[in-house]
Ligand binder design. Structure first.
Ligand code: GLY
Length: 406
């Protein structure tokens, strides 16, 4: 099988790695210098249907796997399917679940899915009015794609006002959401219509600094499986994934692809914080190394309409530590020389590239989240030790990492 992965980040590197382990020949558009070690990279814009279609035809691709949300929101999956191409990803309408927080909220309410109370505000006056009546609605979410910068968890009403004012400068509306407290967990379903299989729970660490301090980031590390949830993935999915898939199918818009539910676990059960229409980053870098075998049968099965009978099984623990550039997340500095990649890999860890570029004689920092270093082990501690031992071998000026992943 010949598989084309769209994207260039750490998640896509992990997808290419796992798909290649399933015996497929892997191509990436555009891919990256890091991904080029395991896949053939094809230049181009992954959101441009004609570029992707030309690659599919030219390379005789059997399956397309979009990594990031942007190409899905602009309809790449739908456009390719219309040309008879197998794709693991939702149509435009399904992708709106991530692109519009307000649309996702409407669907959750219609499907009876537990989610935090929220108000949609189109101007600052509405923000003031909402906060006067509901001072607990201090989670401010941009209604639109925001490259990981669209959710601000404010500590109080003043912080929520500031956040809303800022986000309203770039977005037509914001959602003010009640702050629900509890452990967070990511649950990713591999879906076709009403049918789905589940990846094990994973947990991301979104704040920049250890101890959950500092600004929100795209994710500074993740591990899987998560064993302290007190509730099973199947039970969570029955409340948060199945009703959404059923609603979409009933409305004539069946969903194919990864559906990511960001959950808060409360005494009353899981509450949905957000949905994404793709694999999580950096969760994927930990999830795929934790499961038995390759993810390929589930991707191909969902695209063809026949998911494998079983869900992927976690057979080991995996933990990924993100190494970020100086200045990340506000203003990442690029150009620093990266040393120690070979030594990190020689210690047995996996190293997934995101913001790197190959230069003569070595590697340079080329983006905010630079690498995810992943340890695998038969216990959470073994996976963690390996990840941190390997991460310590990689050096670049201004390197940032959290020391408390897991
Ligand atoms: N890890 C959060 C996300 O992928 O959106």
């Amino acid at each position: 099988m010949r598989v084309l992965v769209l994207g260039k980040g750490g998640r896509e590197h992990a997808l290419c790695w796992s798909i290649a382990a399933g015996g497929a020949e892997v191509f990436a558009l555009p891919g990256s210098d890091g991904i080029a070690s395991i896949a053939t990279c094809v230049p181009g814009d992954p959101g441009d249907a004609s570029t992707v279609f030309a690659a599919v035809r030219g390379l005789k691709i059997d399956l397309v796997v979009p990594g990031p949300e942007e190409p899905l929101v602009s309809g790449i999956a739908e456009d390719l399917r219309a040309q008879g191409v197998q794709v693991f990803g939702p149509d435009r309408q399904g992708a709106q679940i991530e692109a519009s927080k307000a649309y996702a909220k409407t669907l959750m309410r219609a499907a009876g899915i537990p989610t935090a109370a929220a108000s949609l505000c189109q101007d600052f006056g509405a923000v003031e009015q909402t906060l006067a009546v509901h001072p607990d609605r201090t989670v401010v979410k941009a209604d639109g794609l925001a490259a990981g910068k669209g959710v601000i968890v404010a500590d109080d009403v003043a912080g929520a006002r500031r956040a809303a004012r800022r986000l309203l400068q770039q977005h037509a509306s914001v959602l003010l959401e009640e702050r629900v407290r509890g452990p967070e967990v990511s649950l990713i379903a591999l879906c076709h219509g009403r049918d789905y299989r589940l990846l094990p729970f994973a947990r991301d660490h979104k704040r920049l600094h250890s101890g959950d301090l500092g600004p929100n980031t795209g994710g500074m590390g993740a591990f899987s499986p998560v064993t302290d949830t007190g509730v099973g993935a199947e039970e969570c999915a029955e409340r948060t994934i199945a009703p959404l898939l059923a609603l979409l199918a009933d409305r004539g818009a069946p969903y194919t692809g990864a559906l990511y539910a960001g959950l808060i676990l409360t005494a009353q059960g899981p509450v949905v914080l957000e949905y994404n229409v793709r694999f999580g980053d950096p969760e994927t870098q930990a999830l795929l190394p934790a499961i038995s075998g390759s993810i390929l049968p589930w991707l191909a099965g969902a695209a063809e309409g026949h998911l494998p009978e079983q869900s992927p099984q976690a057979v080991r623990h995996a933990l990924g530590v993100v190494l970020a550039a100086a200045g990340y997340p506000e203003a990442p500095e690029t150009g620093a020389v990266i040393r120690g990649l070979d030594a990190a890999m020689a210690s047995g860890a996996l190293v997934f590239h995101a913001g790197t570029r190959r230069v003569s004689g070595g590697w340079q920092v080329a983006g905010g989240r630079v690498l995810t270093v992943v340890g695998q082990g038969q216990s959470p501690g073994a996976a963690r030790d390996l990840a941190y031992r390997a991460a310590a071998k990689i050096e670049f000026a201004g390197r940032q990492l959290r020391d408390d992943i897991g």
